[in-house]
Design a protein around this ligand. Structure first.
Ligand code: MLT
Length: 265
């Protein structure tokens, strides 16, 4: 489905009925990374997956991107769908956006699931690396980004034994426009430190992390879980950074139990 939000076209899926779950994807992927979650969870929940601006079938304007703008897009879509409150599930960049959304629109958040993400801002070295990746995307296109990123996104065992999943991730990355890739890199480099926000989070929060996640390792997840009041933490065995793709059953079960707990609140 398509909606006009904040002057651009945003693509999204809206399946099932029940308490709303809104899924925010990782960089540089799109809403199709949540297909397994849509199938498993839309029998009990209203599952909304969004192509963030710059990704998938949404517009990828050639202009300044920010995580606050992404949060405004999610807010606009919730208004468009007449959803007053939702559980936000953000993986990696999606988690940064969920935190940006909470900072601006806490009253719209029923609960937060922060998967394979972190609260810290980028270091100066991290910002420089983002600039270099944006240059690579500009000069060589998204397939060079896929070559660079796949070994960071998936665990070694998945890369060796699940070629169809590797290809699925590659196809998502190769389908992302350079304007979206570069825009996200700038937005992530500029994101604020969210550590001070953690202790102010007043909604139920569940942290999920793949035990083999390299970009945002379990230590980053524990750091958040130790600071967000009453947060729960699930470490998913055998999963790297894209834990929802590598271990969908365990990931879905964590979401289902948290979502049902909140539905009773
Ligand atoms: C992601 O998976 O969204 C990225 O690894 C996030 C990042 O580059 O910080």
């Amino acid at each position: 489905m398509l909606a006009q939000i904040n002057g651009i076209t945003l693509a999204f899926n809206d399946h099932g009925t029940g308490p709303p779950l809104v899924f925010l994807h990782a960089f540089p992927l799109n809403r199709s990374m949540w297909t397994d979650q849509e199938t498993a969870l839309s029998t009990q929940f209203r599952v909304i997956t969004i192509d963030l601006r710059g990704h998938g079938e949404s517009d990828a304007p050639l202009w300044h991107y920010s995580l606050d703008q992404a949060a405004d897009d999610v807010h606009g879509l919730l208004d468009h769908l007449s959803i007053r409150q939702a559980v936000l599930i953000g993986l990696s960049m999606g988690g940064y956006i969920a935190l940006a959304f909470y900072r601006k629109y806490a009253e719209r958040v029923k609960g937060l699931i922060l998967a394979d993400t972190r609260a810290q801002a980028d270091t100066e070295d991290g910002k420089r690396a983002r600039f270099e990746i944006a240059q690579l995307a500009y000069k060589q296109g998204p397939s060079a980004i896929a070559d660079l990123m796949i070994s960071k996104l998936l665990s070694p065992a998945t890369i060796q034994t699940r070629p169809e999943l590797v290809q699925r991730v590659r196809t998502m990355i190769e389908g992302t426009q350079v304007s979206g890739i570069a825009g996200d890199l700038m937005a992530m480099a500029e994101r604020p430190d969210s550590i001070p926000l953690l202790q102010q989070i007043g909604c139920p929060t569940h942290i999920i992390v793949g035990e083999l996640d390299v970009p945002t390792p379990p230590a980053d997840a524990r750091f958040m879980a130790d600071r967000i009041p009453h947060a729960r933490l699930a470490v998913i065995p055998g999963a790297g950074h894209l834990s929802n793709l590598e271990q969908p059953d365990l990931f879905n079960e964590a979401i289902r139990s948290f979502g049902l707990l909140l539905a009773g609140c």
